[in-house]
Design a protein around this ligand. Sequence first.
Ligand code: PLP
Length: 359
Amino acid sequence: RAFNFNAGPAAIPLEVLERAQAEFVDFQGTGMSIMEMSHRGAVYESVHDEAQKRLLGLLGAPVGYKVLFLTGGASTQFAMLPLNFLTEGKTAGYVRTGSWSDKAIAEARLIGETYIAASSEDDKFMSVPDLHQLQIPENAAYLHVTSNETIEGTQFKEFPDTGSTPLIVDMSSDILSRSLDVNRFDLIYAGAQKNLGPSGVTVVIAREELLQNSPKHIPTVLRYDTHFKNNSLYNTPPAFSIYMVNQVLKWIEEQGGLTGIEALNVKKADLLYQAIDQSSGFFRGCVAESSRSNMNVTFRLSSEDIEKKFIKESEQEGFVGLKGHRSVGGLRASIYNAVPYDTVKALVDFMAEFQRKNG
Ligand code: PLP
């Protein structure tokens, strides 16, 4: 297998792919693939329900939280959130941390009034803003935070207390990578294609009361209450993706749940950041130390030419996806849950060898 550092779609655990392969043609003796079955049948529905239960279980969510499986990616949530919650007379708070937060803000501005609650623009988004002293207006519909900026490589280590204002978090690139007190969040959403499985499904985990009464004028399929009332079976769900998410969730349980996966993620990130920090400036981390993401490690070399050489030679050695996002350049290693420690070790060894030859 390739050393896969893609930012998304990203690596899926080998064990999961092999299990899916084993039941790809004949799912549990039914003579059909799961993707050939009716989404209204008992077999598919049990997979659907099991995936929801596993997700809530892994997160340790208290009673009163519901999982939705939606389509259209996290990008559709950028629109659904303001459509459902940003009603007349309200304003929505957004924390500006970089590329993805800005897409979420742009979408909300099409729908209603917004304000910037905090921003790290002055630091060119190379850190996350301090959220301790946030002033939240009384008519705030919600506060939106991007927990991990996939492109810049920053990550919040703590989240604000927003009192009675709903805290809504885009966890597309770090969901299930660490333990979390779900009670502190009102709605969490994530596209599946980084830590949860293949693309095609977006998960929403939210307090039930937020999902029950959408404004009557918005289209049926864009209303949270439609999907809530129909257990995410209002229209045909991305059944195969949901089946794969269920398999990935099972795999996370086998790694010791979120505590186990977090310990492994910290170990992988420490290994890589240490290699960067101990290279005497040959490699340079892009992000302020306290805001560094444990999922997307962004770094640079002394010139674009040498970065190009690094990428080219890494590809020849079987490394995939180390080129930084086109909007920021440089290098990025995405080390999501499914990237094994040994893959990160292989990268660190390659980096040391590259430095020896080019330093
Ligand atoms: N939010 C974050 C933090 C992301 O990393 C991404 C995709 O990479 C998105 C949103 C958009 O997700 P999608 O492509 O599922 O719409």
